[in-house]
Design a protein around this ligand. Structure first.
Ligand code: FES
Length: 203
């Protein structure tokens, strides 16, 4: 009787006078093939395990990164629409571009009022430049021209530039707010909001 602990080793059985050596079973052959590649390379089972673990760690890492992104939202930080223009006494008659860069505002002082023009061309939104030598605003994009009051008179701009809400605070400073605009769709017979309270300051 064959010893069961002999494992995969070929088994010898005495049959009469001849000794017959049994070939290893199919399972034993397959197991041997799995352990060692025929060309003596790395163990395929190990390679397979490595690939599986790489996939698992990659998946976990991707999830971790996605989770971490919640702590860094892709928020758009808009600049403040409120602008402190200082006291009215800071301004002489005419157009001031002091707050063009910071607030996108031109402050205009007339004999009896001050208003803040929101420097956004009403054609496609470029920022018109103030040209003191020509006494007008000129849009660098398509050539629209505006009077010192911001009224369009040449080029494709369809209407005057808007004016920002403006008021005097408790300390006597002018505060403008570009989120509250006053418009005048003059060519379409629209209401002239430039005369509304808040569109200018009486001086
Ligand atoms: S954007 Fe100003 S003229 Fe076109």
């Amino acid at each position: 009787m064959a010893n069961p602990e002999e494992g995969h080793a070929p088994t010898s059985v005495k049959s009469g006078a001849a000794t017959v050596t049994e070939a290893p079973s199919k399972a034993q052959t397959a197991a041997a093939a799995v352990k060692k590649a025929p060309d003596g390379g790395p163990d395929p089972a190990k390679v397979r395990r490595r690939i599986i673990w790489t996939c698992i760690w990659g998946f976990l890492a991707a999830n971790l990164l996605m989770f971490m992104r919640f702590f860094f939202p892709r928020a758009l930080f808009e600049p403040s629409t409120i602008c402190d223009l200082g006291p009215p006494s800071d301004y002489l008659l005419g157009v001031s571009d002091r707050f063009k860069q910071k607030c996108r505002i031109y402050v205009v002082r007339e004999p009896t009022r001050i208003f803040a023009i929101f420097a956004k061309c009403t054609h496609l939104g470029c920022t018109p430049d103030w040209k003191p030598s020509e006494n007008k605003f000129k849009c660098p994009c398509h050539g629209s021209g505006y009077t010192p009051e911001g009224i369009n008179f040449e080029g494709p701009a369809p209407r005057p530039m808007d004016r920002a809400h403006i008021e005097i605070d408790s300390s006597g400073r002018m505060i403008a707010d570009t989120s509250r605009l006053y418009s005048w769709y003059k060519s379409q017979g629209g209401k002239d909001e430039f005369e509304e309270p808040g569109a200018y300051i009486q001086v």
